[in-house]
Design a protein around this ligand. Structure first.
Ligand SMILES: Nc1ncnc2c1ncn2[C@@H]1O[C@H](COP(=O)(O)OP(=O)(O)OP(=O)(O)O)[C@@H](O)[C@H]1O
Length: 268
């Protein structure tokens, strides 16, 4: 479990995070939800140590991260996998090498054969077992995200942070990437934190949701609770989603929406 306690962050005189306290549960998809500029990315950067909170603390499974000794912070960092918004693959490396890279950095004692087995396992897990020799320029957006996920989990991460994993993807591919993150989180008991403003993700994979508004946490709960939340700012956010409005209209008219998500992975 990751515990965020009373985190404040200013840039100059501008308060961005104004006392955030929340928890991210083990083995769950924890979503940080909110509109643009509400401080979601700044919170994520504070948690992973890219920014230092002005006040407050972050604890990973009982070990304090903020202001702790460098060795302890490094030990925690080694357990963190990151999936970046634009996937951030190394263009000069093929898919296999991209996934192998963190293993070379973080587990130098691993033999070449062990590394190869681990990379092959991770590529298979994300449905890209035949793509190891492809270059990033040859991949679709969805495939790049899959490589990003394989790279993040390759060193057996305990914590997985995903910054808007659906950005730039069509709705069907977004659902498949969400499903993959959800399955991996539950399969390996990872504490996953996903930054999003996508209501689709909320209803698909939101085990635990933290809603931010103007640097404050206004609500947290599950995907089953969110539609009945009585927080005006959250209601405005939810019902600004055209998908939610359309679903509500169909429901009011007595209809149902049927969906079928296919599984073409390699060509997505
Ligand atoms: N390094 C920085 N220096 C100054 N201001 C910053 C910095 N990083 C972020 N900000 C400001 O902090 C505020 C929150 O930014 P943040 O990126 O966390 O928003 P967000 O909720 O992730 O939004 P989005 O969904 O649009 O990415 C914004 O006003 C942004 O301009």
């Amino acid at each position: 479990m990751i515990e965020v306690h009373n985190v404040h962050k200013n840039f100059g005189d501008t308060p961005i995070l104004r006392g955030i306290t929340c928890t991210f549960e083990t083995g769950k998809c924890n979503l940080v939800l909110g509109g643009s500029g509400t401080g979601k990315s700044v919170l994520l950067k504070c948690i992973v140590g890219l920014l230092k909170p002005d006040i407050g603390s972050i604890t990973f499974d009982g070990t304090i991260f903020t202001n702790n000794k460098i060795e302890i912070r490094q030990e925690i960092r080694k357990q963190i996998g990151m999936l970046f918004q634009a996937s951030a693959l190394f263009d000069s490396m093929n898919v296999f090498e991209n996934v192998e890279f963190p293993l070379q950095m973080l587990t130098p004692d691993m033999s070449k054969e062990e590394r190869r087995d681990r990379v092959e396992f991770c590529l298979k897990r994300v449905g890209l077992e035949n793509a190891g020799l492809k270059m990033p320029s040859e991949l679709s957006g969805g495939m790049k995200k899959r490589v990003g996920i394989a790279r993040a989990i390759a060193p057996n991460c305990t914590y997985l942070f995903c910054d808007e994993p659906n950005s730039g993807l069509d709705p069907l591919t977004s659902i498949k990437i969400d499903e993959l993150i959800y399955e991996i989180t539950h399969e390996y008991g990872i504490t996953t934190v996903i930054i999003t403003h996508d209501m689709n993700s909320v209803v698909e994979i939101g085990d635990h949701i933290v809603f931010l508004h103007k640097g404050l946490k206004l609500w947290d709960g599950t995907k089953d609770e969110i539609l009945n939340a009585q927080v005006p700012e959250l209601k405005d956010f939810i019902f600004s989603s055209s998908l939610v409005r359309a679903a509500k209209k169909v429901e009011q008219e007595g209809g149902t929406i049927e969906t079928s998500v296919g599984e073409p992975i390699q060509g997505e």
